[in-house]
Design a protein around this ligand. Structure first.
Ligand code: NAD
Ligand code: WQD
Length: 339
């Protein structure tokens, strides 16, 4: 009899979700994916089969459809849920706020409703350091004030955190771990799964790899006169495999302590845009074509995580470096280009 704890992974075909599916299998869990493929490709399921040697059970369901999502909970007996499913394009959220509120908040409400109906105890939620806005102090710890959101996307993360905390207080939800991700980058070291931006990438690292691949003529670095080490913005770039591992540790931690947590998930180290570009060039032995351009509206100058609470609580620490992430991101880009 299969005694592996079954975990629902909403958005499991996406960037972080697919990497977490691999980590869960390695950790002795049985992942079940729900995804509507609005921002991912179905062939990722084949990649997961090749990488893990296992067929992952999958439901093509929209998490905002309560009836359809209910059938998944009826068919399966979950020990927990990792809720990745959300829209995450900051710019699009400004032009289409209702799409983001309906999708990101609506899907969480359905998940909590069904976890309560089917007595599923453990929720891990994908939040973001974006909830902190421009930091008052650095590194940012979990006690840092939550600022007025800079975008409807950021507001959906703040609202979801509030909804989770209110539902724990009301005992609608048994317990949850809210993970505030900093900047996930890189790809599985196998080169078989990674970030799959649709259209022009918004994020730095896929833009770097597409420039290196000749898909983009050059990278524009958005501003070099910030008050930072070299004038370019500073972020906390965490390898997606370290991030995936933190989710497995979060499930184990909640199951043993029967408590709720809110944790920063980052490396604790800030890296500037230029330092990230240099790391990419060094580890991959190539020159990147970039130029300095105007600042991007809404960008914050610098943010990086204070990670002592997550390290102590989860017994977790990042294992991969920025150069590892740049190496793996490039390996994945080359795999995509050869496909
Ligand atoms: P992604 O877009 O690669 O993955 C999200 C997945 O969810 C996609 O496969 C998409 O098809 C699916 N999805 C979206 N809405 C859905 C719905 N209503 N029903 C079913 N499936 C749905 O994004 P990602 O980078 O893997 O991010 C995962 C989570 O982490 C998101 O909640 C995101 O807000 C959060 N996050 C991401 C970052 C980042 O930089 N990537 C940083 C902080 C937080
Ligand atoms: C990183 C740095 C840019 C592209 C965003 C979301 C956040 C989260 C992570 C979901 C910045 C610079 C970028 C380029 C550049 N997503 N840059 N040229 O803005 O820190 O966070 O993704 O939760 O919510 O806001 O990440 O990768 O877009 O940018 O110079 O072509 O790279 O200015 O300083 P960001 P990013």
């Amino acid at each position: 009899m299969n005694t592996k704890p079954k975990i629902l992974i909403t958005g499991g075909a996406g960037y972080i979700g697919s990497h977490t599916v691999v980590a869960l299998l390695e950790g002795g869990f049985e992942p079940v994916i729900v995804d509507n493929y609005c921002n991912s490709q179905k062939w990722i399921m084949d990649q997961l089969k090749e990488l893990t040697g296992q067929i992952i059970k999958e439901y093509t369901v929209d998490c905002t459809n309560l009836k359809e999502l209910d059938t998944v909970f009826e068919n399966e007996t979950f020990a927990g849920v990792i809720h990745f499913a959300a829209l995450k394009a900051v710019g699009e959220s400004v032009s289409e706020p209702l799409k983001y509120y309906r999708n990101n908040v609506g899907s969480l409400i359905n998940i909590i409703d069904l976890m309560s109906k089917y007595n599923v105890p453990n929720l891990v939620f994908s939040s973001s350091c974006t909830v902190y806005g421009e930091a008052d102090y650095l590194p940012v710890n979990e006690q840092h004030p939550i600022k007025t959101a800079e975008s409807p996307y950021g507001c959906t993360k703040q609202m979801c955190e509030q909804i989770i905390n209110d539902c724990i207080k009301s005992k609608k939800l048994s317990r949850a771990t809210i993970l505030r991700y900093f900047n996930p980058v890189g790809a599985n070291t196998s080169g078989l799964i990674g970030e799959l931006p649709i259209g022009t990438p918004n994020n730095l690292v896929p833009f770097i790899t597409q420039t290196a691949a000749g898909i983009r003529p050059n990278l524009t670095i958005f501003g070099d006169d910030y008050n930072t080490v070299d004038g370019t913005c500073v972020r906390d770039y965490i390898h997606v495999m370290d991030l995936a591992d933190a989710h497995v540790k979060s499930l184990e931690n909640m199951e043993s302590k029967k408590e709720s947590f809110t944790l920063n998930i980052g490396t604790g180290k800030g890296s500037s845009v230029l330092e990230t570009v240099k790391a990419f060039e060094k580890v991959n032995k190539l020159k990147l074509n970039y130029k300095i351009g105007a600042k991007r509206e809404g960008d914050i100058e610098q943010i990086y995580a204070e990670t002592s609470l997550s390290e102590k609580t989860l017994g977790w620490k990042t294992k991969y470096s920025l150069e590892d992430a740049m190496r793996d991101a490039w390996k994945w880009q080359q795999y995509l280009d050869a496909k």
